[in-house]
Design a protein. Structure first.
Length: 363
């Protein structure tokens, strides 16, 4: 998770300002590249919903290698089209790695009756983000930063190859049940999930670019993204625990509201504002992802794949639209203020859609 998601997907954020200045890139082009990665992730996630023959470990290692190679290869070209293509294929690889890693780890934990430790697996996203934040301290230029990131991810593949068993233990499969769902509730939740994807990804893509635009904050760049990663690492444990206490949908709604505050804090042109934005963003987005999928599962009976597929699709569409929308708006207005406000409004709308239902259910 650290290699494919923390580095493979999110190293783009800290390296982006250096790329934008050197190539150069407009905010619209930067957003288009980010959207290409998220489109690849969507198509990769959809592809894994089909039965794929072969050993899961080989698919996992292949996906991790592909993620590392496409990450490092970004440093070989200044062409926007080639970079976007590499990020697209990197998105496909990250989706495959996520699915095959999660299936093996979560099945193994279930066998050991230690499912409560699943948060450790998802903490890899935050650890990878924290590691990727330090790449900008290397005096190697933007291309060298991509090479270093790809090499780091490739070294991680070696660790995975040594630790993951060749054949995971067989897991008993329950008899299939007819799938059912409370359609109205599930559709509202999916819309909310799409709004969350749109809202979080704008700040997650451009946070370091926002910092770079403020001369008084430039020295804080590596610390800001490090704070996102460190806050993300325990976030699933924190929010799932809260969800057990107050209900999944209510916890989901609250976490979206907290993230909206964090997004708006990025407009506060001070170290405290950026630090608060980074902590609130990192401390919510992985947790919200987990809560949303768990809430969707709770809305269904029998096989949940259709519900989870709907949620993944909605989330991915939001992610695809967000960076391009924000980039074009930044170029049109000369500031990230308006895209940030739209991101916060989307998160508040996601809050409203789910909190109202959670309150009605509690009543």
């Amino acid at each position: 998770m650290g290699c494919a998601m923390g580095i493979g997907r999110f190293v783009y954020t800290p390296v982006l300002p250096f790329m934008a200045e050197a190539i150069p890139l407009t905010a619209s082009q930067a957003g288009w590249i980010a959207s290409a990665n998220f489109l690849g992730y969507l198509l990769g996630a959809l592809a894994t919903s089909f039965r794929i023959p072969g050993l899961p470990k080989l698919w996992l290692l292949g996906a991790l290698i592909a993620s590392a190679v496409t990450t490092g290869a970004v440093g070989l070209s200044s062409s926007v089209e080639i970079i976007a293509a590499l990020r697209f294929f990197g998105g496909v690889a990250s989706a495959f790695a996520l699915v095959f890693a999660s299936s093996q780890v979560l099945e193994g934990l279930a066998q050991a009756k230690r499912s409560s430790l699943s948060w450790v697996h998802f903490a890899g996203v935050g650890i990878g983000i924290a590691l990727s934040s330090q790449v900008i301290l290397l005096p190697v230029g933007w291309a060298g930063m991509w090479f270093a990131s790809g090499l780091t991810a490739l070294l991680g593949v070696v660790a995975v190859a040594l630790m993951v068993p060749a054949r995971p233990a067989a897991v008993p499969v329950a008899a299939a049940k007819p799938a059912g769902a409370r359609n109205g509730a599930l559709i509202r939740l999916a819309i909310s999930y799409g709004l969350f994807g749109f809202g979080y990804v704008i700040t997650a893509t451009f946070l370091i670019s926002i910092v770079r635009e403020a001369a008084n904050l430039r020295a804080f760049e590596p610390v800001a993204w490090l704070a996102v990663g460190l806050a993300a690492a325990p976030s699933v444990l924190i929010w799932v625990t809260i969800g057990r206490r107050i209900g999944l949908e209510r916890a989901y709604a609250v976490s979206c509201a907290v993230e909206a505050v964090g997004v708006l804090c990025s407009l506060w042109n001070a170290t405290a504002g950026i630090l608060l934005s980074a902590v609130l963003l990192g401390g919510t987005f992985v947790g919200i992802t987990a809560l949303g999928l768990q809430a969707a599962r709770a809305e269904t009976t029998g096989d949940p794949r259709r519900a989870l597929g709907l949620m993944t699709t909605a989330f991915s569409v939001g992610q695809i639209i967000g960076p391009s929308f924000a980039g074009h708006l930044r170029d049109a207005t000369g500031s990230f203020a308006l895209p940030t406000i739209f991101a916060a409004l989307a998160l508040l709308a996601a809050t409203g859609l789910t909190f109202r239902r959670a309150a009605a259910s509690a009543g």
